[in-house]
Design a protein around this ligand. Sequence first.
Ligand code: CTP
Length: 447
Amino acid sequence: MKKIITYGTYDLLHEGHINLLRRVKELGDYLIVGVTSDSFDRGRGKLNVRNNVLERVEAVKATGYADEVIIEDYLGQKIDDIQRYDVDIFAIGSDWEGKFDYLNEYCKVIYLPRTEGISSTMLREQTEEVYRIGIVGSGRIAKRFVPESKVVNSAKVIAVYDPNKESADEFGEMFGLKVFSDRYDDFLSEIDAVYVASSHLTHYEYTKQSLCAGKHVLCEIPFVLSTVQARELYDFAETHNLVLLEASKTAFCPSFNHLVTLVKSGVIGDVVDVKTSLSKMVTAPTRELDAAQAGGAMNEHAPLNMMAIIKLLGKDYSKVDFYSKMENDVDIYTKVNICYPRATASMTLGIGVKTEGNMVISGTKGYVYVPAPWWLTDFFEIRYEDQTKNKKYFYSYDGDGLRYEIQEFMSMIVNQRKSSYKLRQRESVAIAEVIEKFNQRENFKEI
Ligand code: CTP
């Protein structure tokens, strides 16, 4: 029996796929089709695949050509599969000409002519609505957003708004965007969605005005510094059918999501303590050291750290204490202790004190160690008393990592989903609550 194997994503299954599967099947007696898993596709930078792996497997099965469908989940798997299934021929479309010659060592490699004029990419583009995004602010984070948005098909950044005309002009020129620095309404009238990346204290106003004008909003951290404001904005978005998402980038990263699901499924037993730390040294003059611009380690770093604690332990803590080292009314270092009914958590945050930036999640069976910088998670280890049971997890953290939050934001807009399980509105409000308590100096001690 002659065994053939072929691989693909098979998104939005089309005539090109069907032609290829038919011809591949004709090469032998038994056809194995490898369909890429969702995480493998993400790892290869394919963020825009429309059908999930189950839908794609079903579509391939429905062609009737595959005798067996397998999932391709890791780099190098083709060599394993060819040997494991005792494959005679590896066949693939001519767009891959030469790329799989290394498999000749294991079986015969055949490239078949591709069907001209059709591809999944083309179909996705044809059916995809493109949403025009405007950026408010033209600082560091905004500069990272534009290149990252390019890997998400439905997002197209077209405009920038910054009351500082010089900065707006420079940003607009750098990325080829329409520039606005005067009337915010004019800016809003040109776009469908807003990315608010301005200074902390302006988030509420820009978000509110954008929502009132019927625009979806992705707002940088810290979202807002008061729970009343946070609730008001989420309620407004909800009743007006708009997406409002806090841009807590780590919350949307595949590696962090996997970490949370592993912990929640009990791999380290009951979670008893979460310890996170984040420091970035800054030197004056900078807004981070300016009390009038809501500077300080808490406002700067609590959003990401609190997000992780809330994802792991929930939002219903019973007590929170703050210990800060202050300079000119700004906390250059804050240690936060958070008590839960059956667990504890702490975060160590610095802008003028350097700390190790790792995360440790301790449980009744073991612990998770995420080395610094934990918020750019690309590796973590689950450790046990019996070290032979330890397990390491590696991920690729693509680009600046903003692509995952942009993808989630766009997916919410496209699919009319008002809430993201990766960061619920109530979780976002709880983050604002802790920051607000600090700013009101509740349970606060200067050290
Ligand atoms: N294929 C083909 N003719 C086409 C499109 C795809 O023969 N017009 C083949 C590919 O060469 C591959 C298989 O179908 O052997 C699965 O390809 P896949 O990458 O899933 O499809 P594309 O349409 O090329 O997807 P994308 O646009 O996302 O790259």
